[in-house]
Design a protein around this ligand. Structure first.
Ligand code: MN
Length: 311
């Protein structure tokens, strides 16, 4: 599969002064991160996460799922260490939903409540499971999906990058077919616009750019209560030109010019982040340890006060 078209937009929405979301469009890799934390901490966290993906092309020969998981663990470690060493960003965290087009599939890596969707023909399907309190309640049958949409605690997530030294990452691969369209978005879209309307807007749009702008507009029209980020891309059959270029050039740098061609008319987001020192990556389960002493918000010390408080 190769990526044939991309578009990405981020918008602060109508209620927030800051935009704590970040996104990355660097085919065949895509990501959305929704940061949390006081002051500027959420922005720092989401940008650190997106920046970790910049080194993707230098990654080793792990299989794609392991590679994506390793990048996310690295992002987690950087955010956690930065938060531990800088009181101004203490307690920051972020979601991450990342996708890598590889072979005949799309590899997804996911933590938190940002989402990935696939539109194939008229069928619009959520690929990721939300790591959120209300999603847990729906899965256990205690509330309905409709009740979840209006639940006062719908912003509470049960996993995030940066809140602990290790993080439990969902990784899986979905089959991709020619003309499949994928959407990665933050909850600022999905809490404002239901899936059916998202599908209709994307289906009716003449291209991905119009689709992306339409989604942001719809979220704002519905209230724009949170930052809104959408990343869209379409794939087509055949070998990946980008992967061919990587093989031919012998390293990941050779494809920058090709990426620029692919991204004509678009700009990848500017991501600036310091590179923390290297350390080992560890794995263990990061449980949904909601801190009972924290106000109703994102879990643990990352609770972000105003920015994550339910209405
Ligand atoms: Mn959000």
């Amino acid at each position: 599969m190769k990526v044939t078209d991309t578009a990405g937009f981020t918008d602060p929405g109508r209620k927030r002064r800051r935009n704590e979301d970040s996104f990355l469009i660097d085919p065949p890799l895509f990501a959305v991160a929704d940061g949390m934390g006081g002051a500027q901490a959420g922005e720092v966290a989401s940008r650190l996460a997106a920046a970790a993906f910049r080194e993707f092309h230098d990654a080793d020969d792990l299989d794609p799922e392991k590679r994506l998981a390793a990048i996310i663990q690295e992002a987690n470690r950087r955010i956690y260490e930065r938060a531990a060493g800088d009181a101004q960003v203490s307690g920051m965290g972020t979601t991450i939903t990342a996708a890598l087009v590889a072979g005949d599939g799309l590899v997804i890596g996911h933590v938190g409540d940002s989402r990935a969707y696939r539109l194939r023909g008229g069928k619009f399907e959520q690929l990721t499971d939300d790591h959120s309190l209300v999603a847990d309640l729906v899965r256990s049958g205690r509330i309905t999906p409709e009740e979840a949409d209006a639940h006062p605690q719908r912003s509470v997530i049960t996993r995030a990058l940066g809140t602990d030294s290790e993080v439990d990452v969902d990784t899986f691969t979905v089959h991709a077919e020619s003309d499949d369209l994928f959407l990665i978005c933050s909850d600022g879209l999905t809490t404002m616009v239901d899936d059916e309307e998202i599908r209709d807007l994307v289906t009716r749009a003449r291209d991905l750019e119009q689709a992306g702008k339409g989604l942001v507009k719809a979220a704002n029209k519905a209230g724009g209560e949170d930052n809104i980020t959408v990343v869209l891309f379409r794939v087509a059959g055949g070998p990946s030109e980008l992967e061919d270029t990587m093989v031919a050039s012998g390293n990941g740098r050779g494809q920058d010019e090709d990426l620029e061609d692919t991204l004509t008319g678009l700009e990848a987001p500017t991501i600036a982040a310091p590179a923390p020192p290297a350390a080992s990556v560890a794995e263990r389960e990061w449980g949904p340890a909601l801190d009972e002493e924290e106000p109703v918000s994102r879990p643990g010390p990352a609770s972000a006060g105003d920015d994550r408080r339910p209405p």
